[in-house]
Design a protein around this ligand. Structure first.
Ligand SMILES: Nc1nc2c(ncn2[C@@H]2O[C@H](COP(=O)(O)OP(=O)(O)O)[C@@H](O)[C@H]2O)c(=O)[nH]1
Ligand SMILES: [Mg+2]
Length: 359
């Protein structure tokens, strides 16, 4: 399951964002300077899945999920080594990191842009230390015993270090995927995609970002660093997540909110992580699944079960839009929109698939 870690300076609103996105309460002692990560599985909302479940009057509806972590706050300038190491260990386990920055308090909002820049710098700096140490060791080894592979690795590490020195995160570097893979044992931190959550006061909802204190500079920082951002009022969203759907709808219309933070966050996370959604549907079960964009039908089958990839024959496929437009499976078949795709077919977002297999 994809792991998303909320991180940032203490007090930015990580635990509040966590409550907002997971609807899981965080006990008061974990608000503020907590030391333990909160953790929850998030069902990914998908209107397509809702439609299919209704269409098939299915017995079971299963959402694709991701795992969210509320990682304790971390101030890079802090000298608390133990806390820092514990936090970094958690970062390492994540597939993507979401930096939560608070703009809900006018006194701190002007710091938001600086927080974005220094947190990203910190991740680069951590990698700098890792690669510097690796180079030091490789220099020693190659001096004693010159080895072609070791020398190539040394040269690559030096190239990476030079870019880290210029503040370039590993994910933005000009190195090939093979080269990147060859240093994966060093577990660079700045290779992970980062999303920025800009947490605003509920009184700023609906305002032009240009008019929110600290916001223009914060957005500029994200753009300069090539990071996608999501604006939300975590405080209000946390309240919404504790309400019934009707209560929430009423509250949202009062505040003029058209869409909840969770689907907006998920869309950003999916595009950052290069994930797409495919669906399986029948009267027994309707289910949404996530798969890396660019996966072929056989790899996609493997997401459901390894047997389906091993014994893959064909993927019966209907695009969700065709299904809806034509009004179901039968009509899609009649209209020639039901396709039998082979192994090499590249799965598209919204494909409704049934894997034919034989093991
Ligand atoms: N007004 C307002 N307060 C918030 C918002 N998000 C967080 N806070 C408050 O800021 C403080 C720190 O939030 P918390 O989620 O514990 O931050 P963390 O240290 O990053 O986990 C708490 O008192 C929250 O109630 C928000 O969107 N609006
Ligand atoms: Mg917290």
């Amino acid at each position: 399951m994809t792991k998303v870690g909320l991180f940032g300076y203490p007090g930015g609103g990580k635990s509040t964002v966590f409550q907002a996105l997971t609807a899981q309460a965080v006990s008061p002692q974990f608000l503020g300077y907590d030391l333990k990560p909160n953790q929850a599985v998030v069902k990914i909302p998908d209107e397509r899945l809702d439609f299919l479940a209704e269409h098939y009057a299915t017995k079971s509806k299963v959402h694709a999920t991701l795992e969210m972590f509320d990682i304790p706050g971390f101030d890079p300038s802090s000298t608390e080594k133990k806390l820092k190491n514990a936090v970094l260990e958690l970062y390492r386990r994540m597939d993507t990191l979401a930096l939560v920055v608070g703009l809900f308090d006018a006194d701190y909002a002007p710091e938001a842009a600086k927080e974005v820049r220094s947190m990203v710098e910190e991740l680069v700096l951590l990698d700098y230390v890792i690669f510097e140490r690796a180079i030091h060791n490789l220099e020693k080894t190659t001096r004693v015993k010159p080895d072609k592979d070791m020398k190539a690795r040394l040269e690559l590490c030096r190239r990476i270090l030079a870019q880290l020195e210029d503040g370039v995160p590993v994910r933005s570097m000009e190195i090939s995927p093979e080269e990147l893979k060859s240093v994966s044992d060093l577990a660079p931190m700045s290779v992970k995609p980062v999303i920025v959550v800009l947490n605003i006061a509920d009184s700023d909802i609906g305002h032009d970002p240009a008019d929110i204190a600290g916001m223009p500079a914060a957005i500029k920082a994200c753009e300069d660093l090539g990071l996608p951002h999501v604006i939300m009022s975590a405080g209000l969203e946390a309240e919404l997540s504790a309400m019934t759907d009707e209560e929430a709808a009423e509250y949202m219309s009062e505040f003029g909110i058209s869409e909840r933070a969770l689907p907006r966050f998920i869309r950003t996370a999916y595009s950052t992580l290069n994930l797409i959604t495919f669906l399986t549907a029948s009267d027994k079960e309707c289910r949404s699944w996530s798969v890396r964009s660019g996966s072929n039908a056989q790899q996609t089958a493997g997401v459901i079960h390894s047997d389906l990839a091993r014994g893959f024959i064909r993927a019966e496929t209907i695009a969700y839009e065709d299904f809806v437009e034509l009004g179901g499976e039968k009509a899609a078949k009649a209209a020639g929109k039901y396709r039998l795709e082979g192994k090499e077919y590249l799965t598209q977002d919204g494909d409704i698939m049934n894997i034919r297999f034989n093991v």
